[in-house]
Design a protein around this ligand. Sequence first.
Ligand code: TYD
Ligand code: MG
Length: 452
Amino acid sequence: MAKAPSVFTCTACGAVHKKWAGRCDACGAWNSITEEAPLSAGGAKALSQRGRTIPLTDLATEEAPPPRVRCGMDEFDRVLGGGLVPASAILVGGDPGIGKSTLLLQATASFARKGVKCLYISGEEAAAQVRMRAQRLGLADAPVGLGAETNLRDILTTLDAERPGLAVIDSIQTMWADTVEAAPGSVSQVRAAAHELVTFAKRRGVAIILVGHVTKDGQIAGPRVVEHMVDTVLYFEGERGHQFRILRAVKNRFGPADEIGVFEMTGGGLAQVANPSALFLSERGQAQPGSAVFAGIEGTRPVLTEVQALVAPSTLASPRRTVVGLDSGRVSTILAVLEARCGIPFTGLDVFLNVAGGMRVNEPAADLAIAAALLSAREDVALPPDMAIFGEISLSGALRPVGQAENRLKEAQKLGFSQAIAPERTKIEGIEGMQVRKMSDLTAFVGEIFGA
Ligand code: TYD
Ligand code: MG
């Protein structure tokens, strides 16, 4: 039989190409395409077995699906959408060393203590090392089955024999299927292993959590290849220098996406942070120019964060725009609107923007807080320390109302803020003990706050 030609796969997005290229057409990544053995055709049994279909009406009469299981770590349960859905497949991605194994060992132990039969299979550490970690985390007595295995066939055999309620595979990049001729960690292997595990999970009613490393240089096949196969995709993020870690749902078939869980890395593992707003604002000292408090919403929960700006004369021909924790495209738009609509240029000035505490803010509702921080830094005027801000800025400079205004304001009030700036058409009756000033556009805001 003629040897099937190799395929070329992008390690960043998993797209398959006929020939090598320097840049992936699908995702635009450079130098990410590698040659791999062809996908095997084995397994497809055409016509040997007729599939069975079930009329939709029949399903309604079947008993209700088993309920979700909560592990008791509220931050983890919330991100899952209110607990673990039986027979679901979950991917937890994140940079190496960010704390994925620690988080999942803690979560698995909590599920086990709630009576779920749990297996933790590590392809990266020996069983003794996992046990040592569990001991350090004070989880040594949790009834979790440990395995150190990388061969997919052995893992599936174990799962079939043990029939756990939850199995954690740490990590998908270390697994290898002997039917695929490629190194562990390659796109073909990751795709094949994830496919087998997810199919098995659905058929046998096992909930499965796959751990995936993301590396920026694209050396290891990104979990992006796996994202569409699973029900839920969670990313574990955080800055190395910070203690805070955020578990974020980016896709969830069984709950709201964009939900976050906040943790703090301590000597004894990850501790839950029940009140993230207080944490993110805790480093705020005296009222400083360049600081604005944004009343945001993450998933179903209001979270207050501090946007910090520094504006300084530049010696460069094209001044610096350094943005951490915010979308730099949005920041450029806001700078352009400030210049075009309010006549406040930032030419010849370096701009640095940052969200305190290593948090990432993606909401357009943060626009007005970003503008406020930038103006406050440029004019060297501190904003009132008890002021919270939210609102989206349109290209015309008008302020657009955003969702969940009441939740934002209530959270701000709870944290001791007594005044807020909101877009004009915000539908709120008013919050007791809080002065809410509604403004129609950015020019009005600049005039009122900075007297310009
Ligand atoms: P780990 O869970 O191994 O990361 P990942 O699985 O994402 O690669 O976490 C590794 C880091 O966490 C390591 O730098 C040490 C730190 N850590 C603590 O600070 N406290 C702890 O209790 C544990 C277990 C780890
Ligand atoms: Mg790990």
